[in-house]
Design a protein around this ligand. Structure first.
Ligand code: AMP
Length: 249
């Protein structure tokens, strides 16, 4: 079985994101970028499936500007077999991403698509669900454990206040959550080997997909900064303030 893993290039999670002066978006110039952390978990899961004999090829795909090839190379250095880069502007929306992924699925026929549950830049949490709907495939979202047996996937989902265990029919879409695994680091020899692995490049036009945006960003704002705290002299003053000022007790 082939496993397809879409990986998004996003601002590195350690970077403090700054809003552009004109509030049209966030600053991307000279900002460190990295693979979306949930996508690293998806790559790791696909690699573990291949190592356990449940998959024979791990194919990664990334949609975005030319620099996305670096993100694909990172996945190849982790151990993925092959990459596809689809050239597109970086503001591409989940609907367009899902349409492009559907075209890739139709060409490549994977048995499983493993996505991140959400991209940490737009926090959309839409792409996997849209792709499942467009393909008419079963989906398991927010997955913290995954077991494949024949044509079924046993999926543990992290839901509010507990875990939900479901069984879905393959081929399927699975979106991964934080606790599924701990992704491996790429070793130096594997980084060197990754440079020689196949990386195909195409455009949205090659796949006949319309990627025009459907949304307009009206304004992006910084979160309100927190007011400074105060020191209270004793417990009595604290209780007094909680009761009469904050009105929480
Ligand atoms: P989102 O719906 O934007 O929160 O993204 C959910 C998941 O869809 C991500 O974790 C990726 O697996 C995939 N994805 C979203 N955008 C892209 C992209 N531009 N290229 C490849 N995969 C993507």
């Amino acid at each position: 079985m082939k496993v397809l893993v879409p990986v998004k290039r996003v601002i590195d999670y350690n970077v403090k994101v700054r809003v552009k002066a004109d509030q049209s978006g966030v600053e991307l110039a000279n900002v460190k970028m990295a693979m979306n952390p949930f996508d690293e978990i998806a790559v790791e899961q696909a690699l573990r499936m291949r190592e356990a004999g449940n998959a024979d090829e791990v194919l990664v795909v990334s949609i975005g500007p030319a620099q996305n090839q670096e993100t694909i190379r990172t996945a190849l250095a982790m151990g993925a077999d092959r990459g596809i880069h689809i050239e597109a502007p970086h503001e591409i929306e989940p609907l367009a991403v899902a349409k492009l992924l559907k075209a890739v699925v139709n060409e490549e026929n994977p048995g499983l698509v493993l996505l991140g549950k959400q991209a940490i830049d737009d926090d959309c949490n839409q792409t996997g669900q849209m792709l499942a709907s467009m393909l008419g495939w079963a989906q398991g979202t927010f997955v913290s454990a995954l077991e494949i047996a024949n044509d079924k996937a046993k999926v543990t989902r992290e839901v509010d206040g507990g875990l939900e265990h479901i069984e879905i029919t393959m081929p399927a879409i699975v979106t991964v959550d934080l606790r599924l695994n701990e992704p491996r680091y790429a070793s130096l020899p594997n980084i060197m080997k990754a440079k020689k692995k196949p990386l195909d490049s195409k455009t949205a036009g090659d796949l006949s997909v319309d990627i025009e945006p459907r949304l307009t960003i009206v304004k992006v704002e910084e979160p309100e900064s927190r007011a400074a705290g105060i020191k209270v002299a004793d417990v009595q003053e604290l209780v007094n303030k909680l009761r009469n000022e904050a009105k929480v007790i």
